[in-house]
Write a protein that binds this ligand. Structure first.
Ligand SMILES: Nc1nc2c(ncn2[C@@H]2O[C@H](COP(=O)(O)OP(=O)(O)O)[C@@H](O)[C@H]2O)c(=O)[nH]1
Ligand SMILES: [Mg+2]
Length: 347
């Protein structure tokens, strides 16, 4: 730990003095980490099904294990399962009403056909927003600004993304824009070190907009492909801090009118319906262009994705399904719905 702080200090000294972009870089590029861990891109459906589970499966497995009758009671039980998984009242009501209409119209021969229709409804909600992040290669660098409340997994996600982009052969840099806590800078530097990625930091209490500005200047001068900026967690109810995000965005725009190219909001999948008000406020402050939903490995509340999809239609880029570097998946709507409601269920 001590060595991180020490290094942080010297970085601070090196980076606080703004330099003309053409000058030699003042931050040592760490040696690339040996490629011993599994590649971050090794995704696949298996990981999803193993990690993301238990959102509906317990209730629904029990339900369909009982070989239920096709009636209003069954719909009631499905409604309860969706609500307790935090799909939210509006999205749940819509789904259940649709199923009820089709049931009354005798479209389903049995309960299992109704289950298949439920899967299809859930998939239809998520599929349009399962849009992977496309890195525009002409943006030099492509700037990603990460935002979100405290503890949702912003810094961890940046570390995982760093790993992924390195694996893809991209030249990237990180900006330690969470200047609230010294530990936050150290945490990002640790990720950078592990993955052989340069981290630009000005230390604790620096102006995060200034960190972002100089980091973009440095990334431009080095011809980096991608710059990912961390920010301090903030409550969506803290007006001053929300304005600060606007300032970071404006300052980046001074160096590149299109920057940030992606405002990536990280949402904790265990938050439940509060995620909706978080997204609403962050979106109003900085216009969120993509989401990462984390901690889907440890929740019975991941149903909030359906509510987010319905309310905002903002693309979900990635899903966090664990704490390791490789535990970030490109969001795959079908794999997610499969993990929640296996097609084999009740077959
Ligand atoms: N289980 C699990 N834990 C996660 C995931 N993403 C982040 N975390 C943990 O959440 C905690 C907070 O993460 P951090 O990146 O510091 O959050 P930040 O405050 O938003 O930067 C840490 O203990 C992480 O290891 C995930 O996808 N799954
Ligand atoms: Mg952080």
């Amino acid at each position: 730990m001590v060595s991180w702080f020490r290094r942080n200090k010297s970085d601070k000294a090196a980076e606080t003095a703004p330099e003309p972009p053409a000058q030699a870089p003042s931050v040592a590029t760490p040696e690339p980490a040996p490629a011993t861990e599994a590649p971050a891109a090794a995704a696949g459906r298996k990981g999803w099904t193993q990690r993301v589970r238990g959102i509906f499966t317990k209730d629904i497995t029990e339900l369909f294990g009982r070989n239920p009758k096709l009636d209003d009671d069954l719909l009631d039980e499905i409604e309860t399962a969706l609500l307790s998984a935090d799909v939210g009242v509006t999205a749940t009501t819509e789904i259940v009403d649709k199923l009820r209409k089709r049931m009354k119209a005798r479209e389903f021969a049995d309960a299992h056909e109704l289950l298949a229709a439920l899967r299809a409804e859930l998939l239809a909600l998520l599929q349009p927003i399962a849009q992977p992040l496309a890195i525009d290669a002409s943006a030099k660098p492509f700037v990603i600004l990460t935002v979100g409340v405290n503890g949702v997994g912003k810094t961890t996600t940046i570390g995982k993304l760093a790993r992924r982009f390195k694996d893809e052969g991209r030249n990237l840099m990180l900006a330690a824009g969470d200047t609230f806590r010294a530990a936050a800078v150290a945490q990002l530097q640790q990720w950078g070190e592990r993955n052989g990625v340069v981290v630009i930091a000005q230390g604790q209490d620096a102006d995060p907009a200034s960190v972002a500005f100089y980091a973009l200047q440095a990334a431009k001068s080095r011809g980096a492909d991608v710059l990912i900026a961390d920010t301090a967690g903030r409550l969506h109810t803290q007006g001053g801090l929300m304005n600060e995000l606007g300032k970071i965005k404006r300052v980046l725009g001074k160096l590149d009118a299109n920057a940030p190219h992606e405002v990536l909001m990280v949402i904790d999948g265990t938050t439940g319906q509060n995620a909706l008000s978080q997204l609403k406020q962050f979106n109003a402050a900085v216009q969120v262009t993509g989401l990462v939903v984390t901690k889907l490995d440890g929740t019975a509340k991941g149903g909030v994705l359906f509510a987010l999809a319905r309310e905002f239609g903002i693309p979900i880029r990635f899903a966090g399904i664990g704490e390791k570097p490789e535990d970030l998946r490109v969001f795959d709507a079908e794999a997610f719905v499969d993990a929640l409601l296996p097609a084999s269920l009740g077959a």
